[in-house]
Design a protein around this ligand. Structure first.
Ligand SMILES: *Cc1c(COP(=O)(O)O)cnc(C)c1O
Length: 427
């Protein structure tokens, strides 16, 4: 059909084959368009036009209860946060208009950086366009700054950290087993004593919902002269007296050299950041390509994030309510005999263990029950550990939980999830 001159290019054939393989392995990803209803979170609307092959019978717009949002506290729909964005957009317009260096630094950018530094008890903070970029850019820049860097990286670190570490040409990477401090110590001890070392790890690992021992990791860092870099993306807003993360909860923030976080999950808006000593922040501000050469976050986004951080710091009720909801939901699952993985965090994984079944379980929840829970498949988690990852929040009601438990109870009992739904469930 097309006479494009690259038609015969091998990449075209490559893509076709790769996509076929992805489908054959049951890990083709269909995005489900869902329109969040700001005043009725966690309710979303599934527009008729957006019906996917997974939802062929969807007759009209319908309500869906979302159980997989990373806006853990609902801050993205908080009236004060929304109003801050509207005010700022009227005052400053839609976009930032430049990089931070080229007219893209508004007073609200620097105010948010100061607020985040204060939240984590650090001298300075630096905003990035996302959490992903903050990890990628900071780690790559640090690990290429001097010759001989060795980065000790937890095996389950997020893709954004791995991107930064792998991108740091000339540095050495040593992967230690997940949350295994004996393995980390053995590897630190085996490394040349005089090499500059960095330990990169997370607090809450969001797929398994487990939490690292920050104090013990920092103690090893001191013993072997390493710096520490902690991703608190799934913890900021949720843990600690002011939402400063697990490092704040455990009273060890000052022992961590660099704390990284996002404004897009617990804080519900958008953007990423690091906080550290002013020398480290200044060095990254002046050297990190991913910070320098990109248009800065729109002032309205930054104003909304600032309003969110300020509220989350002073109001503990959202955190308390979230953990109360998590515990109530686990009780309901337990009483109904629905298997789930117990975690020390706010994350409730429902193990499924097979990509196809996981996808089908998610489809059936959506089609038959109007419940959305994302299937978590390879490559996000290892094959054989596929799961639904549920994140109950302050706005999930008892009724929503009972509906979810009933749906799971029914569906998990089915051997064949492609079997027709019961009439009652369709009503
Ligand atoms: C989501 C995530 C990020 C990236 O944050 P964004 O703000 O979404 O780009 C970084 N680290 C971890 C562990 C994450 O889960």
């Amino acid at each position: 059909m097309s006479s494009n001159h690259v038609d015969g290019h091998p990449f075209f054939r490559f893509c076709r084959t790769a996509l076929e393989n992805i489908r054959a392995q049951g890990r083709y990803r269909q995005f489900t368009p869902l329109a969040r209803q700001a005043e009725r979170y966690p309710l979303y609307e599934q527009p008729e036009a957006a019906a996917t092959p997974a939802t062929p019978a969807c007759p009209r717009d319908r309500e869906v209860v979302v159980w997989s949002s990373n806006d853990y506290l609902g801050m993205g729909v908080d009236p004060v946060v929304v109003e801050a964005a509207i005010q700022a957009i009227h005052e400053h317009g839609a976009g930032a208009g430049g990089t931070r260096n080229i007219a893209g630094t508004s007073p609200v950018h620097t105010a948010l950086e100061a607020e985040l530094a204060d939240l984590h008890g650090k001298e300075a903070g630096l905003l990035f366009v996302s959490g992903y970029v903050s990890n990628q850019a900071s780690l790559q820049t640090i690990l290429t700054s001097m010759p001989g860097w060795i980065c000790f990286s937890d095996r389950l670190n997020h893709a954004s950290m791995i991107a930064g570490i792998k991108g740091a040409r000339g540095s050495t990477t040593v992967i230690y087993e997940h949350n295994d401090l004996a393995d980390l110590e053995a590897k630190l001890a085996a490394a040349p004593a005089d090499a500059p070392k960095l330990i990169a790890f997370e607090s809450v690992y969001s797929m398994d919902g487990d939490i690292s021992d920050i104090a013990a990791t920092c103690a090893l860092a001191r013993k072997y002269g390493a710096m520490t870099y902690l991703d608190e993306v799934h913890a900021v807003g949720l843990y600690g007296a002011q939402g400063g993360g697990v490092s704040q909860r455990d009273g060890v923030a000052e022992q961590v050299d660099i704390i990284e976080g996002t404004l897009a999950k617990g804080f519900g808006v958008h953007g990423g950041y690091i906080t550290a000593s002013s020398d480290i922040v200044e060095y990254l501000r002046l050297s990190a390509s991913g910070f320098i050469f990109t248009t800065s976050l729109p002032p309205a986004v930054v104003a909304a994030a600032l309003a969110s951080v300020q509220q989350v710091r002073k109001d503990g009720w959202r955190r308390e309510r979230m953990f109360e909801r998590v515990n109530t939901f686990r009780d309901k699952l337990r009483r109904a005999g629905v298997p789930f993985t117990m975690t020390p965090s706010h994350i409730v994984p429902i193990p499924v263990g097979n990509a196809e079944r996981c996808r089908e379980l998610s489809d059936r929840l959506l089609n038959d029950y109007g419940i959305y829970a994302t299937p978590i498949n390879y490559p996000t988690v290892p094959r054989g550990t596929e799961r639904l990852r549920l994140t109950p929040g302050p706005y999930h009601t008892d009724q929503m939980m009972d509906d979810m438990v009933a749906a799971l109870t029914h569906l998990l009992r089915l051997n064949d999830l492609t079997e027709a739904p019961p009439v009652a469930a369709m009503a």
